[in-house]
Design a protein around this ligand. Sequence first.
Ligand SMILES: Cc1ncc(C[n+]2csc(CCOP(=O)(O)OP(=O)(O)O)c2C)c(N)n1
Ligand code: SF4
Length: 344
Amino acid sequence: MTATATVPTNKIGLTKQDYVGAKSTLCPGCGHDAITSQVIQAAWEMNLEPHRVAKLSGIGCSSKTPTYFMSQAWGFNSVHGRAAAVCTGAALANRSLINLLASGDGDSMSIGMGQLVHMIRRNVPVVYILEDNGVYGLTKGQFSATADVGSTLKHGDVNEITPIDPCTLAMELGCGFVARSFSGNPKQLGTILKAALAYEGTALIDVISPCVTFNNHDSSTKSYKNAKDREMPLQELGFVPYYDAEEVDIEAGEAMEVGLPDGSRLTFRAIDKDFDPTDRFAAMKAVHEAHDRGEFLTGILHIKTGKPILHDFTHTVDEVLATIPQAKVKPGPEVLAECMRELM
Ligand SMILES: Cc1ncc(C[n+]2csc(CCOP(=O)(O)OP(=O)(O)O)c2C)c(N)n1
Ligand code: SF4
């Protein structure tokens, strides 16, 4: 007789399969699908309740990502560049939602830039995954605003325009969780995603995610080969989830530890000993300097906990807005008449 294999479940009794979405229709080998796998793994390990998750996106190959994870979560595939605004609205309407947003460098850094910067200023609670391939994949591979100077398109066009770095931009705006990873580095990406889920406020993760169809040739700085050669991890990251945080001792040594709002703990064993992720200005400088050397730093670039978030600024109520009775939110005719009298 053969023993029946039991499928592992997480703390809320769900299997990893419960976090999977529809089958991907992206090109085989697209970096975005490697990111989806890590989102599924992190959501499962972090015991997310699917009915509490809002998946938001704009338009682009990257913006299809939410379709490929957590079928049972709420999804809103908005128009190009508007995911941040829709997410801000969702957060205001229901503060118990866990917001997961997937966007592209085209979606975020051009048409959606205004939305993104105001989302960061307001510190909207969201894990913002920016799937960065340096091109507009969906519309056949034109340069995006993150393309490096000197990087070429498949047919030889050279980008001459200075790129925008989403991470230094986010740090400039005061974002308290800024990370960069590479879709070819699943271990690091998975840890960063779990830490972002344990964070409160906007967590921006820029993930270099090669477009195998339009931007994976040797003279592109965002090809798999170039990204592998140029990636410089800053730290060996460790994550102790909230449910183990009491029991697990952090190894003594050079590891720095940051407590996260949900009780989880993030540890950093520095590879670059001079790098301090709590010092935002030093982090911005280090990112720029690495870029000038032709490298890109990965890991947690900046972290600051305890910052006020959207709900502190706007004094949102705990109740889900849609459940508040009309009589409580709609001023009656007397209030309206009083307003009119004041205006006369
Ligand atoms: C208002 C509007 N303008 C332009 C487009 C065309 N468009 C669709 S996706 C896209 C860019 C996609 O690039 P990116 O966000 O980097 O995602 P990727 O496909 O590379 O993952 C553009 C310009 C559109 N859909 N809507
Ligand atoms: S075109 Fe590029 S970004 Fe779009 S699915 Fe294909 S490989 Fe991915």
